[in-house]
Write a protein that binds this ligand. Sequence first.
Ligand code: UP5
Ligand code: MG
Length: 193
Amino acid sequence: MLPEVVFVLGAPGAGKGTQCSLISKEFDFVHLSAGDLLREERQRPGSEYGEMIEEKIRNGEIVPVEVTCSLIDKAMQKSGKTRFLVDGFPRNKDNLDGWQRIMTDKTKLLFVLFFECSRDLCTERCLGRGAAGSGRSDDNLKSLEKRFSTYINDTLPIINHYDRQGLVQRINSEVGPQEVFQDVKKVFNDVGI
Ligand code: UP5
Ligand code: MG
């Protein structure tokens, strides 16, 4: 059986990571955050991509797919599991094309979970996380503006692409984490997971 994948998308701070961690506790899915994998790679001694990744993250730009896809692929293999939440990917056309080139034949996409949350609320959450000491170099107003324009210009078209295929499950994430999770559970239960 091919490994099964759910892509988890939504604006910066929409709550992708928070919900993925709740999902992975309740259902047998491994949470792979593309952003976390990139941040780990950035810290890895000897990584040839460290500086490039840091620059892209700080500027809210998207890392070339070869780097991200290979990290996701390796993490999937290393886990030894067969069901994955791929959080924060694919974010642009390069990501989508790269995934289709490298991973489509090796995986089955179940659906795309899309968290909808207003820009103001997302910004407030990310700034709050930064103020609480997240240590993330992109939890500041300047980076957030760039993250949002990348999200609107590059990521929304990818969500629309999957929407046209009937693969998008939309969830309002403007309420509290547990309330959001009730809707998430419904989606997983309805698709028979
Ligand atoms: N919070 C969460 N849910 C809440 C709720 N329902 N009510 C109230 N508060 C809530 O949450 C953010 C904050 O909000 C937290 O403090 C949380 O407690 C609170 P989180 O769950 O972390 O939201 P998430 O959507 O995961 O936000 P994140 O900041 O991680 O989103 P991004 O998409 O911006 O970040 P990511 O790590 O995916 O990517 C970062 C950068 O990496 C990108 O900008 C890009 O430069 C690079 N990248 C790539 O280049 N390629 C990739 O494929 C992926 C990333
Ligand atoms: Mg996240």
